[in-house]
Design a protein. Structure first.
Length: 292
């Protein structure tokens, strides 16, 4: 603890990212990648994390924690500002359980394991729950660090991945590129386009001083009840916004009590058709709304 305090004071970091260095019995190193659904409460673990969190907050910093998969440390005290999830997660369905976690959750899909890479489906599973997929493109990963002459490398999963990246990069130096060690080889070139498209739709809904009602069911917005697999959240600032997605396997129809502006098609609607894995963004400046 003393060393951490000295580091924070000397280097004036704006925060810490904790890629968890403590393995509970259920998540022992020999079982890496085969984590349980939930971890058990461990007071020792909580004490360490809470003390580090306090040191960071006393200096006005931000503290991020990553355990693995979609896991969160089981604690009674607040021990993070942001929880990083997604490592080795095999489907976007698994990410849905993080919607019930305390804010804020950083969703970083591990495309090495994901069963699908459809951009809209992934955002449909995150945006209505006030989560936003992390952007990872930027400077390409070439894999050349795994080919330094005279170095004997330990052959493990990470080494094999970088060897594949290096071979791919030599064959495709102009891209499309690989951007992280959680990437497919190569990354989907459409990810960047999708990310900016949904960011532009998301930002007005969550601007400063907005109020959000997440995953509402009973309300005066729709006629009747929401279909079982449709998730809808209401965001209120100077305007009113709806973010609605269909996470079922069949098309769904939602009848609205008021007319809303569809922000993607630029038309006025009272009926919304949602295909499986799709998401819509609506805006209304006049609606008289109550939610429970």
């Amino acid at each position: 603890m003393k060393k951490i305090s000295e580091i924070l004071d000397e280097y004036e970091f704006d925060g810490l990212y904790n890629d968890m260095g403590y393995d509970a019995e259920e998540a022992a190193p020999e079982n890496w990648g085969n984590w349980p659904e939930e971890l058990q409460y461990d007071p020792y673990w909580e004490d360490i994390l809470a003390r580090v969190y306090s040191m960071v907050k006393e200096r006005g910093g931000i503290y991020k924690v990553h355990q693995g998969a979609c896991l969160r440390p089981v604690t009674k005290e607040k021990i993070y500002d942001y929880l990083w999830v997604g490592e080795c997660v095999e489907s976007s369905e698994a990410l849905l359980r993080t919607a019930a976690y305390d804010p804020y959750v950083i969703v970083c899909p591990d495309y090495r394991f994901m069963d699908g890479k459809d951009g809209e489906s992934l955002f449909a599973k995150t945006l209505p729950f006030m989560q936003f997929v992390l952007r990872v493109d930027g400077r390409p990963v070439t894999g050349e660090r795994i080919a330094v002459p005279g170095v004997d490398y330990v052959i493990d999963k990470e080494t094999v991945f970088y060897q594949k990246v290096w071979e791919y990069h030599k064959a495709h130096p102009e891209g499309p590129h690989v951007y992280s060690e959680w990437s497919t080889i190569p990354d989907d070139a459409k990810q960047r386009e999708d990310w900016f498209k949904y960011l532009a739709l998301y930002k007005p809904m969550v601007k400063e001083n907005s109020v959000a009602f997440v995953d509402i069911r009973e309300n005066t917005i729709v006629q009747g009840s929401l279909p079982k697999d449709v998730h809808m959240s209401l965001f209120i600032n100077e305007k009113r916004y709806l973010c609605m997605s269909n996470l079922g396997e069949k098309p769904a129809q939602v009848e609205l009590r008021e007319c809303w502006h569809d922000r993607q098609t630029d038309i006025i609607v009272k009926t919304v058709q949602l295909q499986p894995g799709s998401i819509c963004f609506l805006e209304n400046t006049e609606a008289n709304i109550q939610v429970n």
